[in-house]
Write a protein that binds this ligand. Structure first.
Ligand code: GLU
Length: 316
């Protein structure tokens, strides 16, 4: 029911043209930040081997809201009076604009609201900046946002430029095609045009498929859906979560095949504030344990079935 309601909202949006104590760690200089790039499909800079799911361990229990430790990045946010979240506005169920309230809402937005609540005691002390998929790494790295929660996969290449939280959602890539397509998986789309958002791991992954589908980039997945509906592309490939939202909006579309990648979602932050990553991980830990994560899942994704256990945190 929630999906139906959300889809109705999305359709209207489309018509409306809506496009204890955490001790701060001593400052440790990070290596210089590399420039964020959008690699060619199948290419990309070589990433050092790492466990992308392993983040920085929380340092003790959480400070009381409104009482962030002096000198910490959390105190800087508290002084500013709002947390700045970078996210999308067209990813149904994760971060999309509700045309009636004008607010951007979804699972990813709630991740941000829960962090704002931990800092201020008020989840509304949040400013949402809409960013392109290809600006997720650079926005966290240049400090124009405090956090990015935007269906963002933690991988080793991105870890070179940002700190990630522990994993808050496990997704995987699939493909969406027309209902009358005979394709059973992305392997059957060799030589066909398959759309994905520029700067997404999905775009790169299409380039790695052996049968060589033609990867087509659009600024956002909403643009891919429009391209698909205009027959400019034969399919769309990205995370199953995002595709499920699209398939529900288009009665002539279906999602096929099994997940062919792992896309663990994490919150990206600037590398110069490791104490903030530890704080965010403490918030995520608490929310897994006290049922907040499950409530968030049920609220946004409950129509897909019972909530799985939350992803278990891994630390370095
Ligand atoms: N999760 C993938 C990524 O972070 C693809 C979906 C997206 O772009 O949000 O690139």
């Amino acid at each position: 029911m929630r999906i139906r309601a959300a889809l109705a909202l999305a359709a209207v949006a489309a018509l409306a043209g809506c496009s204890g104590d955490v001790t701060p760690l001593p400052f440790t200089p990070d290596r210089p930040q590399a420039e964020a790039t959008t690699p060619a499909p199948g290419g990309g800079k070589a990433a050092p081997a790492c466990n992308p799911r392993a983040s920085l361990r929380p340092a003790g229990s959480l400070p009381k809201p409104g009482n962030m430790p002096a000198g910490s990045y959390m105190a800087t946010i508290q002084e500013r009076g709002r947390l700045i979240l970078g996210t999308s506005q067209d990813t149904l169920l994760f971060s999309s604009r509700n045309p009636f309230s004008g607010k951007i809402e979804g699972f990813d937005v709630d991740m941000g609201r829960q962090i704002a609540e931990a800092i201020f005691g008020d989840p509304d002390k949040i400013q949402i900046k809409v960013i392109g998929y290809d600006k997720r790494v650079s926005s966290a790295a240049d400090g124009s946002v405090d956090i990015v929660a935007d269906t963002m996969t933690a991988n080793c290449e991105r870890w070179a430029d940002v700190n990630f939280s522990s994993i808050y959602y496990e997704a995987g890539q699939k493909v969406l095609v027309s209902k009358n397509s005979t394709a059973e998986s992305i392997d059957d789309l060799g030589g066909k045009k398959v759309c994905s958002a520029a700067g997404s791991t999905s775009f790169e992954n299409i380039g790695k498929v052996k049968t060589k589908p033609i990867a087509v980039a659009r600024p956002a997945f909403g643009d891919c859906l429009v391209a698909f509906q205009r027959n400019e592309v034969d399919g769309i490939s990205t995370d199953d979560t995002i595709l499920a939202g699209m398939a529900a909006q288009d009665p002539y579309a279906k999602v096929i095949g099994k997940r062919f990648t792992e896309e663990p979602y994490a919150i990206a932050m600037n590398k110069t504030h490791p104490e903030f990553a530890r704080f965010v991980n403490a918030v995520l830990e608490r929310n897994r344990a006290d049922g907040t994560w499950k409530k968030t899942y049920d609220k946004w994704l409950g129509d897909f079935g019972a909530a799985p256990p939350p992803p278990k945190a891994q630390y370095r």
